[in-house]
Design a protein around this ligand. Structure first.
Ligand code: NDP
Length: 513
């Protein structure tokens, strides 16, 4: 099936706009290695125009601006975006498939996630109106205080390639719900559906400049956006290395940031767990999206008494995963996003081998697929905690395994990482699960599952996995600034100083002296 990728420009101030330098970047289908289209390559000049448009939309002198609209007004646009995404779901899912190499079952479910995120934040935008001027109880009668929740301003949204439209939605929906205006810079490796979102914004007549979409390289478009003095906040999802650069850029003008970064998350399987379910969750959480998930539980910590049997189960489940062109029915493992990422993952596997680990299953390019950046689901054992494969984020379908004998040892292994995004525990003993939930250093703990994520819950990491939380009410709050208003309501003078004397009083007192 030939999928036609629309040729788009940058989306700035409600219009398509060619890049100043007229540069474009090819789109490569990771499953076929063919060039299937191109996207605009913005540079600092384009970023300047986009930031200016977002600034004007945020606060127009004398005119109606997005920041001063009601939440209910903004909610209508968010709902319109959600329903247009659903109307175009099959087309968008195919476009994202060609752009990323992900199986159709995944990209289709991602589009549902995009729509539900916009609908969810439409509800929160409406609810925000009623939360304004919430009184604060203070211990004095002569004052009253309340709080206004105001949009922070113009936001730079910088997103990765693994869930291109979904990661963008997690930022755009709450930012717009809060009354902020934004410039989205998606990854140059996967911008196609984000540009379609621009077309959807045109269709639903979102006011010009409220959302601007600027595609291009991280170094040429992302960096000038992150350091722009007229951007009020940066919301970034990507690697920890780039997150550090973004944080450094933000520090120059003291911009608030939220960072959703990398991970090396553990899944702990106890001997009393349901081993079939545990095996399915273990491979789902490491091989779904080809392991290109920030929270992939890619370090399996399994009780020594069941380790041998459990590994046999994992191999059986892995053999059953259909690796194919993502368009084929039943495909569950597509292609890695790019040649560069493919080589990076292969290097991780060969380094593990060189360091003395055993490739128990997979580890290569599937023999039945000649073209495309495909990698077999891979299970690595005989791993030590100092090995690269145990410590660094692979962002590919690679699971590494260690055993434990005591609960204490399992927790220590799980927490021995610079990251702190997710962690999973598989056990029927719910008291034990509760103990581990408290002990694990992670933004999310899954019990008897791994990876499910809902709009209403909080998402984010500890340690080097990031700063702040997305989704839920926390996601909206991260685009709001709190203004406290304090009102003196007494008719009595404040009385701190003696009041100045009138000229007659002054004269009288001078005469007396
Ligand atoms: P990168 O850090 O390479 O890129 C993320 C975004 O930043 C891209 O849009 C990129 O543009 C841009 N960028 C690159 N350099 C700069 C710069 N100097 N200034 C501003 N922006 C820049 O991450 P990937 O796209 O490779 O995504 C994978 C990473 O994302 C993994 O580490 C993963 O763990 C993390 N991630 C975290 C999630 C979370 O919720 N915690 C969720 C999803 C992914 P370009 O691609 O064009 O270079």
């Amino acid at each position: 099936m030939a999928i036609q990728i629309p040729s788009r420009q940058l989306f700035i101030d409600g219009e398509w706009r060619e890049t100043v330098l007229k540069k474009r970047i090819p789109i490569i289908n990771p499953a076929t290695e063919e060039i299937v289209g191109d996207i605009p390559a913005a540079t600092a000049e384009d970023v300047e125009i986009a930031v200016d448009a977002a600034r004007r939309a945020f606060s127009r002198n004398g005119g109606k601006d997005w920041a001063s609209t009601s939440g209910a007004f903004r909610a209508k646009f968010l709902r319109a975006i959600a329903s247009t995404v659903l109307e175009r779901k099959s087309e968008l899912a195919l476009l994202e498939l060609v752009d990323t190499g992900k199986p159709l079952v995944e990209t289709a479910s991602d589009m549902d996630g995009v729509a539900s995120c916009f609908n969810y934040y439409a509800e929160l935008a409406e609810a925000l109106d009623a939360k304004q001027k919430a009184p604060i109880s203070i211990p004095v009668q002569s004052f009253k205080s309340y709080v206004l929740k105001e949009p922070i301003g113009v936001i730079a949204l910088i997103t990765p390639w693994n869930y291109p439209l979904l990661m963008a939605a997690w930022k755009i929906a709450p930012a717009l719900a809060a009354g902020c205006t934004a410039i989205l810079k998606p990854s140059e490796l996967a911008s196609v559906t984000c540009l379609e979102l621009a077309e959807i914004c045109r269709q639903v007549d979102i006011p010009p400049g409220v959302l601007n979409i600027v595609t291009g390289l991280g170094s040429e478009a992302g960096a000038p956006l992150a350091s722009h003095p007229h951007v009020d906040k940066i919301a970034f999802t990507g690697s920890t290395a780039t997150g550090i650069k973004v944080m450094t850029a933000a520090a120059q003008t003291v911009k608030p940031i939220s960072l959703e970064l990398g991970g090396k998350s553990p899944i702990i399987v106890f001997e009393d767990g349901d081993l079939n379910n545990a095996a399915e969750w273990t491979i789902y959480s490491c091989f779904k999206t080809n392991g290109q998930i920030c929270s992939a539980t890619s370090r399996l910590i399994v009780h020594e008494s069941i380790a041998a049997d459990f590994l046999v189960k994992l191999i059986d489940w892995s053999k059953n995963i259909k690796i194919s062109d993502p368009l084929e029915d039943g495909c569950r493992l597509g292609a890695i996003i790019s040649k560069g990422q493919y080589e990076k993952v292969m290097n991780f596997i060969s380094t593990a081998k060189n360091e003395g680990a055993t490739i128990l299953y997979g580890g290569g390019h599937p023999q039945h697929l000649r073209k495309g950046f495909f990698i077999e689901p891979t299970i690595i054992t005989d791993v030590s905690t100092s090995m690269q494969i145990w410590r660094e984020e692979v962002f590919g379908p690679v699971l590494c395994v260690k055993t434990f004998s005591t609960e204490h040892e399992a927790i220590a292994l799980a927490n021995d990482t610079d990251y702190g995004l997710g962690a999973a525990v598989i056990s029927k003993d719910l008291e034990r699960c509760e103990r581990l939930t408290k002990a694990l250093q992670a933004g999310t703990v899954w019990i008897n599952c791994s990876q499910p994520c809902f709009d209403q819950t909080a998402w984010g990491g500890n340690k080097r996995s990031g700063i702040g939380r997305e989704l839920g009410e926390w996601g909206l709050d991260s685009y709001l600034s709190i203004k406290q208003v304090t009102h003196y309501i007494s008719n009595e003078p404040w009385g701190w100083y003696s009041p100045p004397q009138s000229s007659e009083e002054l004269e009288r007192s001078q005469k007396q002296n």
